[in-house]
Design a protein around this ligand. Structure first.
Ligand code: BYC
Ligand code: FE
Ligand code: FE
Length: 472
């Protein structure tokens, strides 16, 4: 294994695929199926080529190369971070033991399940974003969309490699199934809720890359801790790519807020629809939706699954090694929230079963950074309205709050009050129709749609006016 990636191979890789003919043949048989899926379910807008970043090395410096590439020719490959031969398990019952290069029999089913769930989200997001190209607000944004799409495609490759290399026939079958389920399908939907929601417009896309890709960051962060070393190294490298997806979401919402603020000030109005901007209350409702749907991705606050994953060494905590405890947690207690008698109350629970909440709390703290940024933009524009994260119990379908109605401020409310108030809290049909009406493509170099500010800088030192995408 070297840091450098071999691009002379049919499947670029740094795992010395050529030395395992059986595995190589199996993956080469999967490759045309992937390309067919990309054709059928990937970006629908015809393009000649796109200014893309391709990984050239997994090392710390200079890992990316930029150039115009026809999308179907993107070199999807298998890249694992470098192996640390001294690595030991950092947590759980196997703490201190050398990490595993092969799957232990007793953890086979659980590991396969985790890899399949992770793998399922990657193509799902590409499917959700399939039609966005035809309404891009600029060529710069179009390029970022496609960059995210090809990298999510590569993340699918990452999980398929693990399935093929370590789970024999069952793994190969799961790899097939990853191309058979599809986002929003009635018969064979994607596994997790958020990945069956449509992403019909660019405001949703930026919210998705801010809130939902960020769940990816945190889940990958826990799998990077795994004692199954190939999974750990795979996730380590995926996290590098993930940083760009966060950037797209963060700066995308920055630019929406900046444009909205500008139109509010120029016209001295809150409702800026007649000037083609997105009013702040609408931005807040989209935010409420995407945040709450993304919180569901953390599973239940009390989960025996997560306790088992942790003790078995399969899935750790965010930044496990920086935690100042015994990393076993057999006797540790924690508190989780439950809804009892129309009140949210804290109850004690074994720390192990509360680990989903532990991760969710890390995620929520990270989400606040975005809110602070966007509120600073409003403040600097002299506007007093502020965006806020709703309470984590708001609009939940999974966990302790599912089946209850919780207001954005965290009050347990009745069904009637919920019905009455929901149009102020979640995107309405009218909101969605208005946002859809703004989604007119602006695909001439250097131009930008009315509802969003231009970026402060281009990609890889190129100017905003650069021809990031050549349309077909
Ligand atoms: N929707 O004990 P529970 C990303 C199921 S995003 C539907 O509460 P657990 C990306 C659960 O599977 C990161 N079902 O939770 C982002 C279980 O079913 P079984 C994706 C759900 O198991 C953007 C049952 O309910 N990676 O990479 O502790 C673009 C009870 O579960 C949902 C991962 O998620 C839901 N929301 O935790 C592209 C990492 N939530 O087993 C990519 C791998 C729960 O009883 N997955 N269920 O049939 C996991 O670690 C865990 O499976 C979960 C759930 C965190 C998802
Ligand atoms: Fe991903
Ligand atoms: Fe992502």
């Amino acid at each position: 294994m070297t840091a450098t990636i071999d691009y002379t191979e049919r499947i670029p890789n740094n795992v010395d695929l050529a030395s395992d003919r059986r595995l190589q043949r199996a993956l080469e048989a999967w490759q045309p199926r992937f390309l067919q899926w990309w054709q059928d379910m990937g970006p629908a807008l015809p393009t000649r080529d796109v200014y893309l970043r391709t990984a050239v090395s997994v090392g710390h410096e200079g890992w990316a190369h930029f150039g115009h590439v026809p999308l179907p020719d993107y070199r999807w490959g298998i890249f694992l971070a470098e192996r640390d031969s001294d690595r030991v398990a950092a947590f759980g019952a196997h703490k201190g033991e050398p990490v595993w290069q092969a799957v232990p029999g007793e953890h086979r089913a659980d590991l396969q399940r985790l890899i399949v769930v992770q793998g399922d989200t990657e193509p799902a997001s590409v499917e959700q974003q399939r039609h966005l190209g035809s309404t891009a607000p600029s060529l710069y944004d179009l390029r970022n969309l496609f960059q995210v799409n090809v990298e999510e495609g590569r993340h699918l490759w990452a999980m398929v490699y693990l399935l093929h290399a370590h789970f024999a026939r069952a793994g190969r079958e799961e790899a097939e199934a990853l191309l058979e389920r599809s986002s929003g399908s009635q018969d064979a939907p994607r596994i997790l809720g958020a990945f069956n929601e449509p992403t019909p417009d660019w405001l949703s896309f930026f919210m998705f890359t801010y809130f939902t890709d960020r769940d990816g960051k945190y889940q990958l962060g826990t799998l990077r801790e795994s004692a199954f070393d190939p999974l750990s190294r795979t996730c380590e490298f995926m996290l590098k790519e993930e940083a760009h997806h966060m950037f797209v979401g963060t700066t995308g919402i920055d630019r929406v807020v900046r444009r909205t603020a500008q139109l509010m000030v120029e016209n001295d109005a809150e409702d800026i629809r007649e000037w083609g901007g997105i009013p702040l209350d609408m931005v807040q409702r989209y935010l409420n939706f995407h945040y709450s749907v993304s919180l569901d991705l953390f599973g239940s606050e009390m989960s025996t699954n997560v306790a088992n994953y942790y003790t078995a060494g399969l899935k750790g905590r965010w930044r496990e090694e920086q935690r100042g405890d015994d990393h076993i947690l057999a006797d540790a207690v924690s508190t989780v929230e439950v809804v009892a008698d129309d009140q949210i109350v804290e109850v004690e629970a074994p720390a192990l079963v509360a680990l989903n909440q532990d991760l969710r709390d890390e995620y929520v703290a990270d989400c606040r950074n975005g809110l602070n940024r966007w509120n600073r933009i409003l403040e600097e524009a002299g506007i007093d309205i502020r965006l806020a994260l709703p309470h984590h119990g708001f609009n939940r379908r999974v966990g302790a709050f599912a089946g209850h109605h919780i207001s954005p401020s965290g009050k347990v409310i009745g069904a009637e009050e919920w019905e009455r108030s929901a149009p102020g809290w979640l995107p309405t049909e009218e909101d969605r129709a208005y946002v859809a009406s703004l989604m007119q493509p602006v695909l001439e170099p250097g131009r930008i749609a009315s509802w969003i500010a231009p970026p402060t800088k281009g990609i890889n030192g190129q100017p905003f006016e650069y021809e990031y995408v050549h349309l077909a």
